[in-house]
Structures are given as structure tokens and as C-alpha cells.
Ligand binder design. Structure first.
Ligand code: ADP
Ligand code: MG
Length: 842
């Protein structure tokens, strides 16, 4: 038995100690026999002694050793469920449901006593003793009952997955446990993890002053032979199919487990394999295709919410249920001179992703003919992914029909959350789907990436549970060594800090900067994020005392948009004047890097506006009036519209080339618009935002509103033209012709030569981006993505950065009786530099 590190732990004090009251459980002999084979059973006494005597314990053990199913039973039998509940959190919804069912079955208790609760669904009753839930659900409970008074013990399962919610829970519970202790109402915390990187929890003294004891459950692991591929194929799906055929045809009996990235791939491969090696008892339909967008497989509570709303909305046919698709462009509005007048190819650019899928299928079809099966032995092929119904998931635990070989095609659910019996061969594509955030925009997307070394080793380990096994890695050892990261980064460090800050503040966590994160994000960045959020109006400004600013109503609305807060605010303010479709399009276009091909030969302010045809086209898109004043974002808006129109004619690529757009970026904009439109339609529906599917170019008045909306989101990017008439020297005047003072920079920055506003540089602007370039032997700052604003707007849209110097008596204040607000005229300045603002009303 490994000795727990309890030597380092403090001597147990009496009030931590739990008095064991033995509560009998009536299990069937079969269950009892199966339990006895689990490694953790041999360690029950040590584990429970440690838990009984310490407030916080870390239990690490190989996947499949029995942590999730057995520990709750140990706790129950020791009397932890007598007066209060045993709560277990899972980052994955599938695990919460499956494990509650399994434990209820093993303990011979009804689901009213061993229950689960996930967002929108559950079977918890007042009689519930053991409660499995997602980490998101427990976080919500903490908002209303900070001390978690209904629980005697909280088990954070799968802590190695490092979901944002689990990390936040670890931090919160590190404070709740001592508080409960002080009140002589102790709460135990058990952190369970695969044997990965537990040091983040044990060696973080900010988190736990005294390192909690760690107990390792040793599991019997048979040797697994790893086979690398010589080369790493691009088409890992075809390779996975080929490899499975080979294993099935040539290798002795034993189940095969194949890791792919998502539900779509699972179903695709299951179909192919079933066709190749039909099994009488099996129909040909893998798990029910759910209606959700196939390329995104939500696994965690966070990701699930949107999917859930989509399905609920489809079911309930509410008013938001108009077809969820790209807002339609009114094509005629985007016709360009010389374009064909017939717009009869509307459907030409239907759902791109579906087509890609079809192609994949064809590839596999072809492959299937090339590699005709050389064995007739049927294959019992089962899919496994989160959204599969739990009855269908249960089939992996049921006996395989006689004469068949088991083959499970799974996402990384099978990596640690669910253990499949009888696996001897693992086929690992080495890929997974990850949610990647754009740091700048906060927009996230699911992308297929390489797994980490730790994940790859977990996957391999699945082959050694019953006997010696083999793992076929469909990539080379060089790729594994050089490209795979050691561990995947904790989600909390990937999430943009502004989002994280706002989200945690909305949860009621006040001192985010000092929050005991297991892996803290950069402190300075957190402080800056808090300031940015105050400027946006998402947080009340910081007051004199040290009380942290409160989340505003606007902040709560912003937090519901799946984009960076500054874009969230733009979207939130757009729920008027039919502006939302434009803001969606703008946010999408601004989120994609380098949509427009650079027109300047060099990024030098002295070069006159480049008079090439790209620039001409951009000037024509920017037109005049408020269109022109909206500036470079207007160009983006029109470019997207025109490209969509060309796309509907099947000419997207040539249009992009002829007009200086990157077609790859354009496709990304299109995807983002669909994603944002969907999410707004669904996720934000209870603030009644709704996307108008028609999208004509904005009217002149709308373009003016869009300038104000951009300002509302970019209030920290205001710049003012360097006043030239105060400069006597002619040469100096020429040098500073396009120079702007930015609110918080000493050196002036120069308007980029590609800006459509360069011909008539406005006095007040906002910019999207500032960057530095080597210019001769000095550094020079440039700004781009320019929009003209009116200084009068600053008091209304960026009040946080305005200083009111004087409330005027003249013109007289007026009282709006309908709103109960008094408006006064004020003299004010803007920003640190104290720029004088025109007389304005507040
Ligand atoms: P850990 O949490 O340590 O990874 P688990 O407690 O999840 O381990 O699983 C222990 C064992 O219980 C595994 O070998 C698994 O095969 C088995 N098991 C889990 N759920 C079921 C089920 N629904 N039916 C049959 N066996 C199951
Ligand atoms: Mg487990």
C-alpha cells in the first residue's frame, strides 16, 4: 500500500474528524463480485481513514480503478449521507448521468436517492443522498448557498480535465471548507483526478495553506506496446479505418477502441465498419443524429447550454424559431457594375460543411473498395460520444454477441470519463476537438488539434486493462515528441481574461484578482481587464474604498454574448433600429484577421493613398456621408455583402481575388456570422434579441448609429488629430499631416495609408488597432480600422473616461418627467490628456 503523504499534513484536529456510522448497503452478489475486482476496494480503509481525519484530500488513480463509482459508496457506508448529501461534480454531462445510474444500480437504491442534476435536467428528490452533478450546477448552487449547507462532502471528480468551472470550484471550496470548519459544521472536500499533474493542487500554497494529503490508488496495468506510424497522414479518418480493418483481419481476439474527434466522425466510421463487417443484431444506424450542428460536440456544461437551447427551441417552436441560418443578403443591393443581372443561383452556396462531409464519405467509400475485408468475422461496432442517449451508451457495458469482436468508436469521452471493458487494441488518431478562443475578440470555435502527450498516454492505457495490449498511433514518433504538448493547458488560461473576469464577477466572485486559482491567469492582465470592463460600463467604477466594482445590468447582458465584452456591448446596444444584423456582420468581419489584402506598398503614412484598383473599390464601398464616416468598418461590411452576393453566383474565389479580399478569411467571416446569429437567436433570447434575416446595406442613419455603437465598444481607442494650425514649421506640419494623439500614448500615431478616411482625416476618430513599425532608425506607431466620431458622443457613450469640470446653469437643466431624469449641460474633458469636449448634456 502506498503511504499517503500524510506526514506533511497537520495533525488532525477533533472537529475535522468524522465519526463513522456504518450504514449497510444491500448489493447483489454479481455487483459485489465485480466491485471486489476494482483496485480501489483494496484501499478502502486507507482512503477512508485519510478522509475522515482531514478536511481536504486528493485521490489520484488510474482511469478505471473505481474512483467515481466506489468512493461515493464508501462515503455513504461511512455515514456521510445520514444528515446531509454527498455531492459529486463531473465536468462532462455524460459522466454525471452514467455514473449516477451505475452507482444506484450497484447500491440497489432508486434514482430518487442516487440522483443526478445537470442544467435543465435531473432526477433529484428531497430523498436524494448521493447527488451527481455537473460542475456548472454546483457553481450555481454556491451563488445561492455559499456554504453549501446541504452537503457533508463534495467530491470534485476528473479534476485533471481542468475545466474552467472545476478550477473555479477548487478555488471557492478552498475557502468554503475552513468557513464551515469554523462553524463546527465541517464539509469535506475530495479532489479526484487521474494521475496527471496533481502538483497544481498539492503544491499551490495560495490555494491550500497546508498541502492536502494525496493518496494514489495503484491500478493493475498490463503492458501496452506502442506502435507509431512512419508518417503522419493528413486523412486520419481513412487511416483509422484502414488500421481497424487490419487489426480485425490479422490480430487475435480482443476489443478495439478508436479515438476520433467528434460525433460526426464517430457516426461516419461506425457506418463504414458496420457495412464492412455486418453483425446480424445490429441495425445500420449509429446513434441518432441529433439536430445540433454536427461539427461541435458539446461536452461540458458551458458548451452544452447553447446546444440545449437550440433543441428546446426547435421543439417548442417559439417565435425565435425562424430558420436559423445566415442572415440573408438582399442580393440586388450588392450588385456590382458589370455583374450578371440574374440572381438565380441563391442556393448555390448552401451549407458548406455538409458538402465537406459528403466528400469525406466518398473518400471512405473508395477506400472501402480498395481494401476489401479479408475476414468474415462480424464486428460489434458501437458509437460513444457525449450526446448519445444513455441507454445507447450503456451498450458498451453489455455482453458482446457470440462470435463478434467488440469495436467502439469514441470521442475523448472514453479517455478518462468512461471505461470500456475488454479493450485490447487502441487506435489513436492523435486528434481532438478543442475550443479555441481568439484572445482579442473572444470568439471561440471548435478546432481539430493534436492531443497532448498526457492524453495520448491515457488513450494508450485503455488497452492494458484486461491483458497486455497494443496501441496504434496514427502519427509518427517525431510528431509526438516535437509537436504534442506535454499537457493540455488548463481552460482557464486559454480563456481571454476580459471574459473570465466578467463571468466570475457575474457569479458573484468579487475579488477575481486575488482569487485562489489552481493555475492563475496573469495578475496584471486581470487588473487591466477590470479597468477595461469599467470603461465599457460592464462594472460600476471603482469607488474610493477598496470595495470591488459591482456588475451592472449592462454587464450581465454583455456576459451572455459569446464574444469579447467590447463586442458584446456593441451587440447589446444593437437591439434597436434593426442594427443587430449589421453588428453581427461587423463583429464577424472585425474578428477575422486580414480580411482585406494590404493595399499600401509599404505601411508608410507618407505614401499617398494607394491608387490601385483595390483601393478604388474600397473608396466606392465607403461612398459618402455616414458611410464614409463609418470608414474602414464600412468597407468590411460592404465587402462581406458583395462577396456573399458573388458567392451566391458561385464566384466567391474570383471575386475575392479581383477585389483584394482573402477568400479563406471570407469563409471564416461567413461561418462566424452563422455562429453568432445562432447563438444570439438562441442564447440571448430571454433578453429578446432577435436577428433579422434580411440584410440590406444600412441606411445612412443606420450607418451613423453604427458609428456610435462602434464607439461604445471601442471607447478606450479614441484618438484626436494633432492640431496642425498650432505648428509653425512647414516641414513639421507635413510630417504630422496624418498624426493622431491617442488617449493613453505619448507619441502620436499615424493613420494607415489604406484607410478610406485618409483623404479627409477627421478630427476625432476611433481605431481598431494600433501597432508599431520600424521606420528608418526609429519606431513609428500606426493606427488602422478608422471610424470618424463626433466629440459630443463621448459624454454619452464613454462617460467613464470623461471628467465633468462644471455643471452649467446656462443653458438651463431640463427635467424629463417621463423618465424622471434631469439633464444638465456640462463642461467636460476626455481622458488623461484632458481633451476639451464641446458643451454636452448629461
Ligand atoms: P475511475 O473513476 O477510477 O476511472 P470508474 O469508477 O469510473 O473508475 O469505473 C470502475 C469500473 O466500473 C470500470 O472498470 C468500468 O468498466 C466499470 N463500470 C462503470 N460503469 C459501468 C456500467 N454502467 N456498467 C458496467 N460496468 C461499469
Ligand atoms: Mg472516474
Amino acid at each position: 500500500t502506498p503511504k499517503p503523504k500524510s506526514a506533511a499534513a497537520p495533525a488532525a484536529t477533533a472537529s475535522y474528524q468524522h465519526k463513522t456510522v456504518y450504514v449497510p448497503v444491500d448489493r447483489t452478489p454479481e455487483v459485489q463480485a465485480a466491485r471486489l475486482r476494482l483496485p480501489i476496494l483494496a484501499e478502502e480503509q486507507q482512503v477512508m481513514e485519510l478522509i475522515n481525519e482531514h478536511p481536504i484530500v486528493i485521490v489520484a488513480g488510474e482511469t478505471g480503478s473505481g474512483k467515481t463509482t466506489q468512493l461515493p459508496q464508501f462515503l455513504y457506508e461511512a455515514g456521510y449521507a445520514q444528515h446531509k448529501m454527498i455531492g459529486i461534480t463531473e465536468p462532462r454531462r455524460v459522466a454525471a448521468i452514467a455514473m449516477s445510474k451505475r452507482v444506484a444500480h450497484e447500491m440497489n437504491l432508486p434514482s430518487s436517492e442516487v440522483s443526478y442534476l445537470i442544467r435543465f435536467e435531473g432526477n433529484v428528490t428531497p430523498a436524494t443522498r448521493i447527488k451527481f452533478m455537473t460542475d456548472g450546477v454546483l457553481l450555481k448552487e454556491i451563488e445561492t448557498d455559499f456554504l453549501l449547507s446541504k452537503y457533508s462532502v463534495i467530491v470534485l471528480d476528473e479534476a485533471h480535465e481542468r475545466s474552467v468551472y472545476t478550477d473555479i470550484l477548487v478555488g471557492l471550496l478552498s475557502r468554503i471548507v475552513p468557513l464551515r470548519h469554523k462553524r463546527s459544521n465541517p464539509l469535506k472536500l475530495i479532489i479526484m483526478s487521474a494521475t496527471l499533474r496533481v502538483s497544481d493542487f498539492t503544491e499551490n500554497t495560495r490555494l491550500f495553506k497546508v498541502p492536502p494529503p494525496l493518496i494514489k490508488v495503484e491500478a493493475r496495468q498490463y503492458p501496452v506496446t506502442i506502435h507509431f506510424q512512419k508518417h503522419t497522414p493528413d486523412d486520419y479518418m481513412a487511416e483509422a479505418y484502414r488500421k481497424t480493418l487490419k487489426i480485425h483481419a490479422q490480430l487475435p481476439e480482443g476489443g478495439i477502441l478508436i479515438f476520433v474527434t467528434g460525433q460526426l466522425e464517430v457516426n461516419q466510421l461506425v457506418r463504414k465498419l458496420r457495412r464492412a463487417f455486418p453483425c446480424q443484431q445490429q441495425d445500420n444506424k449509429p446513434g441518432q443524429q441529433s439536430n445540433v450542428q454536427p461539427e461541435q460536440e458539446p461536452e461540458t456544461e458551458q458548451e452544452f447550454d447553447m446546444k440545449r437551447s437550440i433543441r428546446n427551441m426547435r421543439k417548442s417552436k417559439k417565435k425565435f424559431l425562424h430558420q436559423i441560418s445566415l442572415p440573408k443578403i438582399n442580393l440586388d443591393d450588392y450588385k456590382l457594375p458589370g455583374d450578371d443581372t440574374e440572381a438565380d443561383m441563391h442556393e448555390a452556396h448552401e451549407d458548406n460543411d455538409d458538402n465537406e462531409d459528403e466528400e469525406d464519405e466518398d473518400d471512405l467509400e473508395e477506400l472501402q473498395q480498395l481494401t476489401a475485408p479479408t475476414t468474415k468475422q462480424p464486428l460489434w461496432v458501437l458509437p460513444l460520444y457525449s450526446l448519445l442517449s444513455s441507454e445507447k451508451q450503456q451498450r458498451i457495458f453489455q455482453p458482446v454477441p457470440d462470435g463478434c469482436r467488440l469495436c467502439v468508436v469514441a470521442t475523448n469521452v472514453a479517455e478518462t470519463s468512461l471505461t470500456i471493458p475488454h479493450i485490447k487494441y487502441v487506435v489513436d488518431t492523435g486528434r481532438q476537438k478543442t475550443r479555441l478562443y481568439d484572445k482579442l475578440t473572444g470568439v471561440s470555435a471548435f478546432v481539430v488539434t493534436h492531443t497532448s502527450k498526457a492524453s495520448a498516454d491515457q488513450r494508450a492505457g485503455r488497452a492494458g486493462r484486461v491483458s497486455a495490449g497494443h496501441c496504434y498511433r496514427l502519427y509518427s514518433s517525431a510528431v509526438y515528441n516535437d509537436i504534442f504538448p506535454d499537457f493540455s493547458q488548463p481552460d482557464i488560461q486559454q480563456k481571454p481574461v476580459d471574459d473570465l473576469m466578467l463571468q466570475m464577477r457575474c457569479m458573484g466572485i468579487d475579488r477575481v484578482v486575488h482569487f485562489p486559482f489552481p493555475s492563475p491567469p496573469d495578475q496584471l492582465q486581470l487588473v487591466a481587464a477590470e479597468q477595461r470592463l469599467s470603461v465599457l460600463g460592464a462594472l460600476e467604477p471603482r469607488t474610493e474604498g477598496n470595495t470591488p466594482p459591482v456588475v451592472t445590468q449592462l454587464g450581465r447582458v454583455i456576459s451572455r454574448f459569446p464574444v469579447a465584452p467590447r463586442f458584446g456591448k456593441m451587440l447589446a446596444l444593437s437591439n434597436q433600429q434593426q442594427l443587430l444584423p449589421y453588428s453581427v456582420c461587423l463583429v464577424a468581419a472585425l474578428s477575422v484577421q486580414e480580411l482585406l489584402v494590404e493595399t499600401g506598398v509599404q505601411r508608410d503614412e507618407d505614401v499617398a493613398p494607394v491608387s490601385n484598383k483595390f483601393h478604388q473599390r474600397r473608396m466606392s464601398w465607403a461612398a459618402s456621408g455616414n458611410y464614409r464616416l463609418l470608414g474602414d468598418p464600412m468597407v468590411l461590411l460592404r465587402a462581406v455583402g458583395a462577396a456573399e452576393y458573388a458567392g451566391s453566383q458561385g464566384k466567391l474565389a474570383s471575386f475575392c481575388e479581383a477585389n483584394g479580399l482573402r477568400s479563406k478569411a471570407m469563409n471564416e467571416v461567413r461561418k462566424l456570422r452563422v455562429q453568432l446569429t445562432n447563438e444570439i437567436n438562441l442564447n440571448v433570447c430571454d433578453v429578446e434579441l432577435c436577428v433579422d434575416p434580411q440584410l440590406k446595406p444600412p441606411s445612412d442613419a443606420q450607418a451613423r448609429f453604427l458609428r456610435q455603437i462602434l464607439l461604445a465598444g471601442m471607447g478606450d481607442h479614441v484618438a484626436r488629430k494633432v492640431p496642425l494650425d498650432e505648428i509653425g514649421d512647414k516641414e513639421e506640419r507635413r510630417r504630422l499631416k496624418y498624426a493622431y494623439n491617442c488617449a493613453d500614448m505619448e507619441q502620436p500615431a499615424f493613420m494607415h495609408s489604406s484607410s478610406v478616411l485618409k483623404q479627409t482625416p477627421p478630427d476625432w476618430i476611433i481605431y481598431q488597432e494600433v501597432y508599431e513599425l520600424q521606420h528608418g532608425d526609429t519606431q513609428k506607431m500606426f493606427i488602422r480600422g478608422i471610424t470618424a466620431i463626433e466629440p459630443e458622443w463621448l459624454l454619452i457613450y464613454v462617460p467613464m473616461l470623461c471628467n465633468i469640470r462644471e455643471v452649467r446653469e446656462e443653458p438651463a437643466p431640463r427635467y424629463d418627467s417621463a423618465k424622471g431624469i434631469i439633464y444638465c449641460y456640462v463642461n467636460a474633458t476626455f481622458g488623461k490628456a484632458g481633451w476639451e469636449l464641446p458643451l454636452g448634456e448629461v
